[in-house]
Design a protein around this ligand. Structure first.
Ligand code: PHE
Length: 456
């Protein structure tokens, strides 16, 4: 059903904060620091910046163009631009990827809530073996993680059902600045620790010897994930942009915010880890196992009472807010799809998506514990979700989107969206953009894809 009075964001700030809310998430605070730790610190960051400019921003602009021109959910927007040809399938794939990811993203977001609770109650105090077993016992429990997954999905539902302006935009306007302030407070505390210098250097002083092909590909993949590309989120949000929104400017601003938050997260974790002699290359367990240890050890020596306790609580609050704003955008992809394609009310669509995510989330969560024996191609269901969405669908949708915009959609249409109907003087920038989308992005994405499949 065509939506005559389509919802929209109410202000420029709303556009930037909501979209940055989608981009800033677990990818910045959890994935970026451990990838940096594993891939040589400053060198990784340098290459990452390059990837954001080369790949992240042009792909984001492409999704903006599709979403704003289509003024509809991702599947329909692709269909409108492609005149109903087979290219519409990319849109459907985007919606499906968004939905699948939201289920397991909700599980990890639920873990963040548990960690707020656990740090509030002082349960994250103890020796390293205890903290490690705390995480394993918790994540494999049949009830607790499911409980938190349901809570975070209900919170998402309550925001989404209020609509684009009163729900998503309002929530982003409250959470994003709070998140930023909390992050700054913890950065300052972390960088003032004795011995923090070494961590700061690790992050900011590149060692060129560490530059390898693997580091390059890891940075490419991270830029993609971190900017929420290829999952329908950016496209869906862009369908709520006004005709005045300057797409290239918005993408650059969001890219910068996303990078700054990731860098600040690094400035929390590395100085604290180096100050107590912990190596920050532990991989995905960094946030849930290494970090509680590090906070405890690093801040307990400081003569401010309960500093370690407070930092820990604040850190998990900020992590949960970052996760929530991303989860909202993932949820919105399917909600907008159902609302428009089935022709139901927003509330019903949101409820159906929430129930779907809860069911899938329960499956994902149990697959780490009680159902760990069930294997899909040798992986737990949780890992299979991660693999199919992150390593197969995501690069495929990204690649096809670039080919679609670069080679299929008439350049006049692309230029009109890029320049707001010719009112913006950004011709030169447009040519750079088109070159990147036509050649550079597809080739880079193809490399990531082959690398992730172990073929390169
Ligand atoms: N960009 C989010 C993050 O950094 C993850 C995400 C990907 C969210 C895709 C929505 C869509 O955590």
């Amino acid at each position: 059903m065509a939506n005559l009075e389509r919802a929209s964001f109410g202000s420029k700030l709303g556009v930037i904060l909501a979209t940055a809310g989608s981009a800033v998430g677990l990818g910045n605070i959890w994935r970026f620091p451990y990838m940096t730790g594993q891939n040589g610190g400053a060198v990784f960051i340098m290459i990452y910046i390059f990837c954001v400019l080369l790949l992240g921003i042009p792909c984001m602009i492409s999704e903006f163009i599709i979403g704003r021109h289509g003024k509809a959910n991702t599947a329909r927007a692709f269909s409108i631009l492609s005149g109903g040809t087979l290219w519409s399938l990319i849109g459907y794939m985007g919606v499906l990827t968004g939905f699948l990811i939201s289920s397991y993203y909700a599980v990890v977001s639920g873990w963040c809530l548990e960690y707020i609770w656990a740090s509030l109650l002082g349960h994250l105090q103890g020796d390293p073996a205890y903290i490690s077993s705390y995480f394993t016992t918790f994540s494999q429990d049949p009830v607790k993680p499911v409980f938190w997954t349901i809570i975070i999905l209900l919170a998402t539902f309550l925001i989404i059902e209020n609509g684009v302006r009163d729900g998503i935009e309002k929530a982003s306007k409250m959470m994003m600045p709070t998140l930023f302030i909390l992050l700054l407070v913890i950065v300052v505390a972390s960088c003032m620790l004795p011995g923090a210098q070494e961590g700061i250097e690790f992050l900011l002083k590149p060692d060129i010897n560490k530059m390898t092909g693997d580091v390059f590909l890891a940075a490419l993949g991270q830029s993609f994930y971190s900017m929420s590309i290829a999952m329908g989120c950016i496209c869906t949000y862009a369908s709520y942009f006004s005709r005045q929104t300057k797409l290239a400017n918005a993408a650059i601003q969001i890219g910068v915010i996303d990078f700054v938050v990731a860098l600040l997260a690094g400035l929390v974790i590395f100085p604290a880890a180096f100050s107590v002699g912990v190596n920050p290359d532990s991989g995905p367990s960094l946030i849930f196992i290494t970090l509680p240890n590090v906070f405890q050890q690093a801040f307990n020596g400081i003569p401010i009472p309960h500093l370690g306790y407070m930092i820990s609580v604040l850190f998990y609050i900020l992590l949960s807010m970052a996760a929530l704003t991303s989860l909202i955008s993932l949820h919105e992809v399917s909600t907008a799809f159902l609302e428009e394609e089935v022709g139901t009310t927003r509330k019903r669509a949101a409820l159906a998506v929430t129930i779907g995510c809860i069911v899938m989330g329960i499956v994902c969560s149990l697959s780490l514990g009680a159902w760990s024996g069930i294997r899909v191609f040798g992986m737990t269901i949780f890992d299979a979700f991660d693999f199919v969405t992150g390593q197969l669908f995501l690069p495929m949708v990204g690649f096809l989107t670039c080919i679609f915009i670069g080679w299929f959609v008439p350049h006049k249409l692309v230029r009109d969206e890029f320049s707001n109907g010719g009112t913006l003087r950004n011709q030169t920038l447009f040519h750079y953009y088109l070159f990147l989308v036509k050649y550079v992005c597809p080739i880079c994405i193809l490399f990531i894809f082959l690398h992730q499949l172990g073929l390169l």
